[in-house]
Design a protein around this ligand. Structure first.
Ligand SMILES: NC(=O)c1ccc[n+]([C@@H]2O[C@H](COP(=O)([O-])OP(=O)(O)OC[C@H]3O[C@@H](n4cnc5c(N)ncnc54)[C@H](OP(=O)(O)O)[C@@H]3O)[C@@H](O)[C@H]2O)c1
Length: 244
């Protein structure tokens, strides 16, 4: 087990994960998966009541899973060990800025995609600084921002009967943060974490979601990416077994 010294996070150990904007389908689906994997999860919201409603709904929906999910505000979520921001893209950078002190030194995952629907077409937008993730990192320069999980369909995430069959592309300017997030991703059945390098690649990850959504429309399905030609990846950690 590797300990990341600055924050005492042990990659393989259960942690307390806060989800800012956790009442939506993406955040609550991820909360469910992380709770089932053994982490304590707090669903944050702008309204404590909405958080309570969502947590009650999840517990009622999955009574056999002994879910360890707490209710709270977004500020409560920001005080957890590791934070996921799951608000709409146009509020993501602003909201992390509000909690910059609480987020200092922590791993912060952004899963936002900047997209617009024009008629039946999904089109990617280029946000300030080139990607949501880069904008988030600029707002909280003392945190370790990771872009990940942009491509996971929320409906599948939120259905524990379903394996989310997907590669999960991850990037950050902090390699140890990529390792922590890879370990979390590997705990979602069917998901394979893949490190794609520096945070500058978030632009491509976020924009690619428009392509996936367009495929959903065209083929009347919900697609998720699965890359071929990477044979030596440890499915549990995403590390290259030959090189790392
Ligand atoms: N849906 C998917 O399949 C999917 C998959 C991968 C990634 N994503 C990304 O994940 C993020 C969340 O997706 P989602 O579909 O769950 O989004 P969503 O339902 O539109 O929003 C999630 C939550 O954000 C909060 N929120 C809404 N507007 C806000 C604002 N202006 N400021 C602060 N908080 C606000 C709301 O919670 P409260 O009202 O309780 O505060 C809402 O429940 C998005 O950035 C999306 O691009 C989505």
């Amino acid at each position: 087990m590797t300990v990341v010294p600055e924050h005492g996070l042990c990659k393989a150990s259960p942690m307390r994960i806060g989800i800012i904007g956790g009442t939506g389908p993406a955040g609550s689906g991820l909360a469910l998966r992380m709770s089932v994997a053994g982490h304590q999860v707090l669903i944050g919201s702008r309204s404590k009541e909405r958080s309570e409603e969502k947590v009650a709904e999840l517990i009622a929906q999955w009574p056999d899973h002994n879910l360890k999910i707490e209710t709270g505000t977004n500020e409560d979520a920001a005080h957890c060990d590791l934070i996921v921001v799951a608000t709409p893209w146009d509020s993501t950078a602003t909201i992390v800025g509000e909690y910059a002190d609480a987020l200092r030194g922590k791993v912060v995952i952004t899963m936002a995609n900047a997209l617009v629907k024009v008629g039946k077409e999904f089109q990617p937008l280029v946000p300030p600084r080139g990607s949501i993730a880069a904008h988030v990192q600029a707002e909280i320069p003392d945190s370790r921002v990771v872009a990940a999980m942009q491509h996971l369909p929320a409906k599948e995430l939120g259905n524990l009967h379903h394996h989310v069959d997907s590669d999960v592309l991850i990037c950050s300017d902090f390699p140890e943060a990529i390792e922590i997030v890879s370990d979390l991703v590997a705990q979602i059945p069917g998901c394979r974490p893949l490190s794609t390098g520096r945070l500058s690649n978030a632009l491509a990850l976020e924009a690619f979601t428009a392509v996936l959504l367009q495929l959903n429309v065209r083929y009347k399905t919900r697609v998720a990416p699965r890359l071929t030609g990477i044979p030596d990846v440890d499915p549990k950690s995403g590390r290259n077994m030959k090189l790392d």
